[in-house]
Every structure is written in C-alpha cells, then in structure tokens.
Design a protein around this ligand. Sequence first.
Ligand SMILES: *[C@@H]1O[C@H](CO)[C@@H](O)[C@H](O)[C@H]1NC(C)=O
Ligand SMILES: *[C@@H]1O[C@H](CO)[C@@H](O)[C@H](O)[C@H]1NC(C)=O
Ligand SMILES: *[C@@H]1O[C@H](CO)[C@@H](O)[C@H](O)[C@H]1NC(C)=O
Ligand SMILES: *[C@@H]1O[C@H](CO)[C@@H](O)[C@H](O)[C@H]1NC(C)=O
Ligand SMILES: *[C@@H]1O[C@H](CO)[C@@H](O)[C@H](O)[C@H]1NC(C)=O
Ligand SMILES: *[C@@H]1O[C@H](CO)[C@@H](O)[C@H](O)[C@H]1NC(C)=O
Ligand SMILES: *[C@@H]1O[C@H](CO)[C@@H](O)[C@H](O)[C@H]1NC(C)=O
Length: 276
Amino acid sequence: MAFGHLLMIFKAVLIFNTASMCNAENTVSVQTGSSIQLDIQANVPPHFRSLVWMNEKLKNIVTFINKKTVIFRDNVVFNQTTFSLTLKNMQKTDSGLYIAKIYGSTNEDAAVYRVSVIDPVDSPVLNWNITMISVNSCIVNVTCSGQDRTISNSYHSNNCSQEEVTSFEMQALTMYCKEDIVICNYSNPVSWKNDTIQIKQLCTPYENKSIEENNSSFPLLWLMVIVISASLMILVATGVLYCFCKNHNKGMSVLSQMLYQMKKRQSFILKPVPSE
Ligand SMILES: *[C@@H]1O[C@H](CO)[C@@H](O)[C@H](O)[C@H]1NC(C)=O
Ligand SMILES: *[C@@H]1O[C@H](CO)[C@@H](O)[C@H](O)[C@H]1NC(C)=O
Ligand SMILES: *[C@@H]1O[C@H](CO)[C@@H](O)[C@H](O)[C@H]1NC(C)=O
Ligand SMILES: *[C@@H]1O[C@H](CO)[C@@H](O)[C@H](O)[C@H]1NC(C)=O
Ligand SMILES: *[C@@H]1O[C@H](CO)[C@@H](O)[C@H](O)[C@H]1NC(C)=O
Ligand SMILES: *[C@@H]1O[C@H](CO)[C@@H](O)[C@H](O)[C@H]1NC(C)=O
Ligand SMILES: *[C@@H]1O[C@H](CO)[C@@H](O)[C@H](O)[C@H]1NC(C)=O
C-alpha cells in the first residue's frame, strides 16, 4: 500500500517534470514529401542581434544576423518578416527537433518543434464470413486489417449497429457500420484510408444470383448468332462481288444484288432460332 503511494508520487513528479520541460515544445507530424511551416511562438523583441533556426544537434539551418539571411540547407524558405521557417520535401531523416533562438539583450528560445515525418498509411482490407439466418437476413463476421493489426466484429444485416472497435497507437484502426455499410478506417496523424462493404448485398440469397446468371446468358446467345451471321454475310458478299466482277453483270447492279443476297441469307440464318 505504502509502496503503491510512493510509486504514484514518483510518477506524478515524473509527469510534472516532463510536462514543464516540454512546455514550449510543439509536436507536429508531416507526411513524407510534404512541406511544413514552423512559426515563431514567442514575442520577438523589437531589437535583437540575431535569430537562428537550428536542429537538435545545434547545427544551423538559417541565421538572420543584422537583417541578413544565410540559409545552410536545401529546401528551406525563411520569412524575414515573420521569421517563420518553411521546410519543403520533408524526408524521414528530417525528423527531430527544430529550435529558433533569439540573441540580443537576453537570449531566448523563440520556438521549439518536434517534427515527425511519417509515411501515409497503406489501404486497410476487409474480410468477411456470412451466416444466413433467414431468407433475407444474415450475420456477417468482419475483420478489418491494416498492416500487422486486425480487429473483428459481427454485424446483423437487419440491424447494422453503430458499434465501433478501435485500436490505438500512432496509427488507429477503426471499424463501424453505418446505414448498411461497414467501414474499415486506417489512419495515422498525416493520412487515412478506408475499405467498405455493403452488408445487405452480401446477404442476398444465392437463388437470386443464379436467376441473374440465367438471364445474362440469353443476350450472350443472341450475340453469338449475330456475330456468326455477320461473318457469313461478309463471306457471301465477297463471293458475290467476285462472281459479278468476273462475269460482268447485265441489268442488276452489283450493290443491289449483294443486298438481295444478304437479306436472303439473313432470314435463312435467323429462322431456326426461337424468338421470344
Ligand atoms: C512572410 O509572411 C507574411 C505574413 O504571412 C507574408 O505576407 C509574406 O508574403 C511572407 N514573405 C515571404 C517572402 O514569403
Ligand atoms: C472466415 O472463415 C475462415 C475459415 O473458416 C477463417 O479462416 C477466416 O478467418 C474467417 N474470416 C472472418 C472474417 O471471420
Ligand atoms: C462469427 O462469429 C461468431 C462469434 O463471434 C462465431 O460463433 C461464428 O461461428 C462466426 N461465424 C462465421 C461464419 O465465421
Ligand atoms: C440488433 O442487434 C442486437 C445485438 O447487437 C440483437 O440482440 C438484436 O436482436 C438485433 N435486432 C434485430 C431486430 O435484429
Ligand atoms: C478515418 O479516420 C480519420 C482519423 O480519425 C478521420 O479523420 C476520417 O474522417 C475517418 N474517415 C472515415 C471514412 O471514417
Ligand atoms: C472511403 O471513403 C470515401 C468517403 O467516405 C468513399 O468515397 C470511398 O469510396 C471509400 N473508399 C473505399 C475503398 O470504400
Ligand atoms: C432478389 O433480389 C431483389 C433485389 O435485388 C429482391 O427484391 C428480391 O426479394 C430477391 N428475391 C429473393 C427470392 O430473395
């Protein structure tokens, strides 16, 4: 008991210390390849000798001394009015502390940022199993996976609950159901992506599907008939044209003879197929 109290006090002191140490530190996240603007957080005194933006290794990024700017790094823009620093095309290796210091009659930290450069999340994936419970209702077991994490839940097709399952870290994986649609959302501080399924569509009985398949095979049959008769017509037309050119026609023109032949063939070919 006493030990537990001691531990709590120790923890509280620890938290207080870190909190006061990080008082002015801002944590910001930026997507790989994007830009970020870091602003000055303190009131800048009207007269100062120099302002320096540096990284955690105290390596200079920008110096502004006697109103002259020197930039020591690529992809950096410094605003001489606001003294903000813009970092472009951020890469993971650019993660870390960024500090602005003002030197004058007093020296002070004008800004402290902890910048994390992170990749956008990959697309999550929904998988499901269906248990039919009556003709038009079912239970769908769904898993929602993002990278190495998976969460699962069951949804009733008549009763798509708003229940949400979430797992947290830097990344969050969330699954919820809204108006018959299950949404799996995978996010991190710079991006999010989703996968969705429609529950009622999954629950449609299989009989319905087979009827649709039968229906869809009808146009296919007709398409085949049309293609075959068309190729036959072309064949016949070529033959007719060849004969007429050879024999030199009397009276009937080549074209009208061709058309006549085509009509004859067409009616002949289409005859055996039952029409509906
Ligand atoms: C500096 O910032 C001010 C205020 O946001 C803006 O009006 C100005 O255009 C910026 N200057 C440069 C060079 O970007
Ligand atoms: C569906 O069932 C298969 C085999 O029974 C199992 O491997 C899979 O994890 C299940 N998926 C879900 C989302 O329940
Ligand atoms: C769905 O999950 C429940 C429990 O969560 C389990 O009893 C049932 O067998 C699962 N159904 C399928 C098809 O995986
Ligand atoms: C709705 O879902 C709850 C469980 O989440 C279940 O107990 C209830 O029977 C469902 N209601 C209907 C009408 O399906
Ligand atoms: C996914 O999660 C992110 C972060 O929580 C949120 O901003 C976004 O709106 C969510 N998207 C959907 C479709 O739920
Ligand atoms: C993700 O959510 C958006 C907006 O809600 C939607 O337009 C999009 O189709 C969803 N993505 C997937 C893969 O379902
Ligand atoms: C087939 O699906 C339709 C909607 O696509 C639905 O209205 C109908 O009830 C279904 N038929 C059967 C037998 O379930």
